[in-house]
Ligand binder design. Structure first.
Ligand SMILES: *Cc1c(COP(=O)(O)O)cnc(C)c1O
Ligand SMILES: [Zn+2]
Length: 396
C-alpha cells in the first residue's frame, strides 16, 4: 500500500491535499512534492523485502502515490540495467564507470517511469482525459499509458519533432497537434484549453506524480550499488524531473535508514543551443529565465524554460555538482563511442553525458578513480532522422 500523506510546495512550503487532482501550488504556482509517512512505510519496505519483489519500479510500492492496486497501469517499467562499462571505461582510464541504461524502458525512454505514475494516479483521482506538451519522448509514453488505462490522450508537439516520436503517438491512438513553436508554446496551449476541454494537464512538474515515478531511478541506483551511492551522476537535464526526483529519493532513503548522508555530485548536462540551467548555475541565479532561440537535436533537452528550475539548481548546488553544456556534434560523437564500445544505441542525450564527462576529466573536475554513473535516458532509434552525422565513411 501507499504511505502518501499530502503534497508540499517546493517553494512556499504550503501543504495541499493529495487525494484530489492537483497541478501547481494553488498558493504560489510552483511544483508540489509528495510526502510519505516513511516510518510506517519502512515497516514493510525493507531491503530484505525488496529481494523478493518484482523487478519493476512498483517494487517501491509503499513510497509511490497510487493508493489502490487496481489503478496501477504498468507496461513493465523500471528495473533497468546498471552496466559496468569495461571497454568504454578502459578507453577513459576508469575502473568504475557505469551506464544506467534507461533505453530499455517501455516506449524506449525513462519518460515511461514518470508517465506510468502520472497516468495511474490521474485515473485513480478521476481524470477523464489527459493532455501533455512534449518535445519528444514524453508524448509517446503518455499516449501508451493512456491507451492502457483507456483514457483519451491529447499531445502537443513542436512541428519539427522527428517523425518517430509523432508516429508513436498515432500508434497509441492519441490526438496529436503539431505546433509551430517549442515545448513552452505547446505548454501554453494546453494551459489555455484544458479547462474548457476537460483535460488534466500532465506537463513535467505541473502535476506531482511524474517525479514520483522518476525518483525510482535513485532507489534503483542505491540498490544496484549495494546501498552506497556513486561519487558523480551525469544527467541530461531538460525539465529536470529525474534529477530532482533522484535527489528526493536520496533524502527519503536516508530517512528510511537505508543510506548515510553521502550524496553523489549531480551534474546537469545541457546542449549549447539550449542551456538555461547552465547559465543560471554559472551566474549564481536561483531561477533560470527562458533561453532564446533554443535549438538542439536532443529533443529532450530542447526545454527553454523549466518550472522546476529552482529545484534543479538547489539540488545541483547542495550536491556540490555543476551544470555543463555540450554541442550537438559532441553528442553525436558520444553516441558513436557508447555504441561502438558498449553495444548500447544511445539517445543524443546519452551521448551528451559522455561528452560532459570527458570535459570534466580533462579539466580535473572528475577524477578517473571516482565511481561515475552516466544516464542514457533513451534509445537512439527515434532520432535516426537527425543522426546522419554518425556515418564514418573511412571505416572498413
Ligand atoms: C525528457 C528527456 C530528458 C530530460 O529529462 P528531464 O527529467 O525532463 O530533465 C533527457 N533525455 C531524454 C531522452 C528525454 O526524453
Ligand atoms: Zn507554493
Amino acid at each position: 500500500m501507499s504511505f502518501l500523506i499530502d503534497l508540499e510546495c517546493g517553494a512556499c512550503g504550503e501543504h495541499h491535499a493529495a487525494d484530489e487532482l492537483q497541478n501547481l501550488c494553488p498558493a504560489c504556482g510552483k511544483p508540489l512534492l509528495a510526502r510519505y509517512d516513511l516510518t510506517s512505510a519502512g515497516q514493510t519496505l525493507t531491503k530484505e523485502a525488496l529481494e523478493l519483489r518484482e523487478p519493476t519500479l512498483w517494487r517501491y510500492r509503499e513510497v509511490l502515490p497510487v493508493r489502490e492496486d487496481d489503478y496501477i497501469v504498468s507496461l513493465g517499467e523500471g528495473g533497468t540495467p546498471l552496466v559496468h562499462t569495461d571497454r568504454l571505461g578502459e578507453t577513459l582510464g576508469m575502473d568504475a564507470l557505469y551506464i544506467k541504461d534507461e533505453s530499455l524502458n517501455p516506449t524506449g525512454s525513462f519518460k515511461a517511469r514518470g508517465l506510468c505514475m502520472a497516468v495511474s494516479r490521474a485515473a485513480e483521482l478521476g481524470a477523464t482525459a489527459l493532455a501533455i506538451p512534449s518535445a519528444g519522448n514524453a508524448a509517446g509514453a503518455m499516449a501508451a499509458y493512456a491507451a492502457k488505462a483507456g483514457l483519451p490522450a491529447y499531445v502537443f508537439m513542436p512541428r519539427d519533432t522527428p517523425a518517430a516520436f509523432i508516429i508513436e503517438c498515432y500508434a497509441h491512438g492519441a490526438h496529436v497537434e503539431l505546433i509551430d513553436g517549442l515545448i513552452t508554446d505547446c505548454g501554453q496551449i494546453v494551459a489555455e484549453r484544458k479547462d474548457q476541454e476537460g483535460w488534466f494537464d500532465v506537463s513535467t512538474l505541473k502535476e506531482p506524480y511524474r517525479i514520483e515515478g522518476k525518483k525510482t531511478m535513485g532507489y534503483e541506483l542505491a540498490e544496484q550499488f549495494g546501498w552506497e551511492l556513486p561519487d558523480v551522476i551525469f544527467y541530461p537535464a531538460g525539465g529536470g524531473t529525474g534529477l530532482i526526483g533522484m535527489w528526493k529519493a536520496f533524502a527519503e532513503m536516508e530517512e528510511l535508514g537505508w543510506i548515510g548522508p553521502k550524496r553523489p555530485r549531480m551534474v546537469a548536462v545541457q546542449a549549447t543551443g539550449c542551456q538555461p540551467i547552465v547559465r543560471a548555475y554559472e551566474q549564481n541565479w536561483e531561477d533560470a529565465p527562458e533561453w532564446e532561440n533554443a535549438h538542439t537535436l536532443a529533443s529532450g533537452l530542447r526545454v527553454p524554460r523549466a518550472v522546476g528550475d529552482f529545484l534543479m539548481l538547489r539540488a545541483i548546488r547542495e550536491s556540490d555538482g555543476c551544470a555543463i553544456a555540450v554541442s550537438d556534434e559532441e553528442m553525436i560523437g558520444g553516441v558513436r563511442e557508447i555504441g561502438s564500445t558498449e553495444g548500447i544505441f544511445a539517445a543524443p542525450e546519452g551521448g551528451a553525458v559522455l561528452a560532459a564527462l570527458k570535459t570534466m576529466l580533462n579539466d580535473g573536475r572528475v577524477d578517473r578513480s571516482e565511481q561515475v554513473v552516466l544516464f542514457n535516458t533513451g534509445s537512439g532509434h527515434k532520432y535516426v532522422d537527425n543522426m546522419s552525422g554518425l556515418k564514418v565513411d573511412d571505416q572498413t
